[in-house]
Design a protein around this ligand. Structure first.
Ligand SMILES: Cc1ncc(C[n+]2csc(CCOP(=O)(O)OP(=O)(O)O)c2C)c(N)n1
Ligand SMILES: [Mg+2]
Length: 807
């Protein structure tokens, strides 16, 4: 048997090759295609016999992927989807053994380097990082950004991966970043299914790349279906290249080069890819390669059979136009190989893939088998004192191919059932289980963040410096000075967004900086929030330090899928194999109207675990948070206070250096009666309320949590409750939104429940978004009046004599 190594395809250069050398390359390509097909066929069987949960495969798409692999060079990037196994095998991005390891959900990162068993099969990713979170040399490998399952979701990131090449090409100050680019010559290859081009993000990304003129090569694998839904319900004129014709570049215009080629025509595919990628790489022009007449021999996935929705004629056509069948015919006709030679090759491929599959299965099970044997032995030892336990042990012993879940569940059941019969043997089992908890947590729950040497928690803490010369400036000027100092210090920083470049953002935080640092570093974008974020993700994955601006927090909803599906899961879904230290800058809370006053913090907290969520109360705190984040490598969202840009603040003399640590709450006003927890813009109102409350002899302790994720790591809130025993959470989000999260943190995590002498209280906005105008704000969001009365009423509840009912 061949070693289970990476066997990749070779370029075909017709002018250089002898016929024999050409033959050898084609035969080798055919072998890769056939092995890949065998992996698909066997993979499906593994699912149907219950050894894996779900399978989706690249059968029918083998031959075009060989052609794409031929022009994919070291340093290039892929952002694709679940059909790309042949490309992955042909480039060495994955192996057949790793393919099966992922199918079985093997949590060992060495077995499945793409996702450590966390992703469904055929979700590819290369490892960009060392174990300590530092970068590897990405110019020396063929890179695949980590796939996600949502169709079209790869497109936003693809824009950024390609845009990075433009920055590396045009900005000489980046030349020192030798591990990321060789003069910006890298192409970002995207793949997408025909039906998924119906997604908005596809069109958004397509247009963005045309505007940006970046080396982005999109291949559409067009098999005429999206699961059961045919092209007539998916695409106008049933052809994506037809309707995108307006993007074709012309003399004197920007735009695309558009190609159309049949998915079973190996020589045409090789030629098309060679031509397309040459233009894309050399001229930085985006290209679309519409690969038509692609088939799906096994149907969409293991979830159903395509006979249900494909006509007899279509099924027959697919059989005849199967790209491997066609390639075989062409090879025989062109005297590249004989029937017998190919029969032999196919037989060998079958055997080889079967052997690799068995190896992968055994490696997956061996570790668990050992744990199974250990647990059976330990429970059996306990069985003398408890008859029921014998049954658990016997059942586990007889479980064929037990999964870890069954092993651990048996151990826990045995511990529960023996609660009334303590013994030394029981202690052994408990110890085993406890010792494993950490290991299992490492296997299944770790690496939500990079947690490496550049973690924000390792950043040196620097206090702000004020002196006699300290000036009072508008908040926006504080931020401006912070960005200026950091852009001066770090050439990797870039910022972009709507109105960010020429006018320096709608609130002028970047005013004057484009003139100083150039359009290549500070720039305007179209109105396209999803791909603004994607642009940032791709850049950050290629070693740059982007600040992607979302003009107002309300528009974050247009980007929430990209943030949630892609950015927030990146570290987790690769188990620390990739990172995107992207900072999303936005501004929110209290302005006017249904789409300009949002504070959808509950949505953010629920969907962006894997990001740090910073809610600074003023621009100085924001600057300190940026200074921390710029020196660290984890993604974050910073929400500045929309109504704070023109308020005066003191300018620290080290405005580009001082740091505000993440997860550090701050008492901004001491008090003894009630702990009031809040953040962001609302804090100014809470402080106002505090003044009026003092007239009643009530002093509140005001805590600014500063960052919602992470939340008050030193448990300042609980410490405050020890003094006050009363908790009021003031929040601009809907009832049960962010305030529910804050309560959970304080009452449950910080054990604040035990410190209360009255019901914990939340004061939130109404369930609807606030109407336009000051009255709309007053009647919808927590006002100073609401705050004073909420605090007063809490005092009335415990001491009605001293604090009689207000009304
Ligand atoms: C956002 C999103 N919507 C729906 C799905 C469910 N889904 C998975 S694959 C698929 C069909 C995709 O078809 P196509 O893009 O043509 O790719 P193909 O599978 O045919 O290669 C659908 C609807 C999904 N994964 N993500
Ligand atoms: Mg399709």
């Amino acid at each position: 048997m061949r070693s289970v190594g990476k066997v990749v395809t070779n370029e075909i250069d017709a002018s250089e090759l002898s016929f024999d050398a050409f033959k050898a390359i084609v035969i080798d390509d055919y072998r890769i295609a056939v092995e890949s097909r065998q992996a698909s066929l066997l993979g499906r069987k593994e699912v149907l016999t219950g050894k894996a949960k779900f399978g989706i495969f690249g059968d029918g798409k083998e031959v075009p992927q060989l052609a794409m692999a031929k022009v994919f060079k070291k340093g290039d990037w892929r952002a694709g989807y679940y059909r790309d196994q042949t490309f992955a095998f042909a480039t060495g991005i994955s192996t057949i053994k790793e393919f099966f390891a992922q199918l079985y959900a093997n949590p060992d990162v060495d077995a499945d380097p793409a996702s450590a068993g966390r992703q469904m099969n055929c979700h590819f990713a290369t490892r960009s990082l060392n174990d300590d979170g530092t970068w590897r040399d990405l110019t020396e490998v063929k890179n695949s950004s980590a796939d996600i399952s949502t169709t079209g979701g790869q497109m936003a990131r693809l824009v950024g991966l390609a845009y990075a090449s433009k920055l590396y090409k045009q900005n000489r100050e980046l030349d020192y970043l030798k591990n990321f680019s060789v003069s910006g010559n890298e192409v970002a290859f995207g793949t997408i299914g025909n039906a998924s081009t119906s997604e908005g993000v596809f069109f958004e990304a397509f247009n963005a790349a045309g505007v940006l003129q970046i080396p982005m090569a999109i291949s559409v694998w067009d098999d005429g279906f999206g699961i059961s839904v045919p092209a007539k319900y998916q695409t106008t004129k049933e052809s994506i290249s037809e309707i995108l014709k307006g993007f074709q570049r012309e003399e004197g215009t920007n735009g695309y080069e558009i190609f159309k080629v049949r998915g079973w025509d190996y020589p045409a595919l090789c030629e098309t890819y060679l031509k397309a990628i040459e233009i894309c790489r050399n001229e930085h022009v985006p290209v679309l390669i519409h690969v038509t007449e692609v088939t799906q021999p096994q149907g969409h996935s293991t979830s159903g059979s395509h006979e249900r929705y494909k006509s007899k004629e279509r099924l027959t056509w697919e059989k005849e136009h199967d790209c491997i069948v066609k390639m075989r015919e062409w090879m025989i006709e062109s005297a590249i190989a004989t029937k017998e030679e190919l029969d032999e090759l196919e037989e060998a491929a079958k055997k080889y893939v079967r052997e690799v599959q068995k190896e992968a299965w055994n490696e997956f099970l061996d570790v668990i088998k050992q744990e199974q044997a250990d647990v059976v032995r330990m429970i059996s030892n306990m069985a003398n004192s408890n008859a029921g336990l014998g049954k658990i042990a016997a059942q586990l012993a007889s479980t064929h191919d037990a999964l870890r879940k069954e092993v651990v569940s048996a151990a826990r059941k045995a511990i529960r059932q023996s609660v009334n019969s303590p013994s030394a043997d029981r202690d052994v089992l408990i110890k085993w289980y406890e010792s494993k908890t950490e290991a299992y947590s490492e296997l299944y729950n770790s690496k939500l963040f990079t947690d490496g040497v550049e973690s924000p928690f390792n950043a040196t803490q620097v206090a702000p410096v004020y002196n006699e010369q300290t000036k009072m400036l508008d908040g926006r000027e504080i931020l401006n000075a912070c960005f200026d100092a950091n852009f001066e210090r770090d050439a990797r920083l870039v910022a972009f967004g709507e109105d960010l470049g020429a006018i320096g953002d709608v609130n002028q935080g970047f005013a004057g900086l484009q003139a100083k640092y150039g359009e290549i570093r500070i720039n305007d974008t179209g109105i396209r929030e999803a791909t603004i974020v994607g642009q940032g993700i791709g850049l950050a994955m290629r070693g740059l330090r982007p600040i992607a601006e979302i003009q107002y927090l309300d528009y974050l909803l247009y980007a929430i899928t990209v943030l949630s599906d892609d950015l927030a899961t990146l570290s987790y879904r690769t188990k620390g194999g990739q990172k995107a230290p992207l900072i999303i800058r936005s501004r929110g809370h209290r302005l006017e109207g249904i789409w300009h006053s949002g504070s959808p913090m509950g949505m953010i907290l629920g969907s962006l675990r894997g990001m740090h969520i910073c809610v600074p109360r003023n621009m100085t705190q924001a600057a300190g948070m940026y200074n921390t984040l710029f020196r660290a490598d984890e993604p974050a969202l910073v929400i500045e206070c929309l109504n704070g840009y023109r308020l005066k603040e003191k300018l620290p003399s080290n405005v580009g250096e001082f740091t505000v640590p993440l997860g550090k709450a701050e008492i901004i006003k001491e008090g003894k009666d009630i702990t009031v927890v809040s953040y962001g813009s609302t804090l100014r109102l809470v402080e106002e309320a505090a003044e009026e409350l003092e007239n009643f002899g009530i002093t509140i302790e005001v805590i600014d949590v500063q960052t919602l994720l992470p939340f008050d790591l030193d448990q300042l809130c609980a410490q405050s409750l020890q003094k006050t025993s009363k908790l009021l959470v003031v929040d601009e989000d809907v009832p049960g939104g962010a305030s529910a999260f804050i309560l959970q943190q304080i009452l449950e995590v910080q054990k604040g429940y035990y410190l209360l002498d009255s019901k914990p209280q939340t004061l939130t906005a109404k369930a609807h978004r606030p109407p336009y105008g000051s009255d709309g704000d007053y009647f919808s969001k927590p006002s100073v009046d609401d705050m004073v009365e909420a605090a007063y009423n809490m005092m009335n509840e415990t001491n009605p004599d001293r604090f009689p009912k207000l009304y």
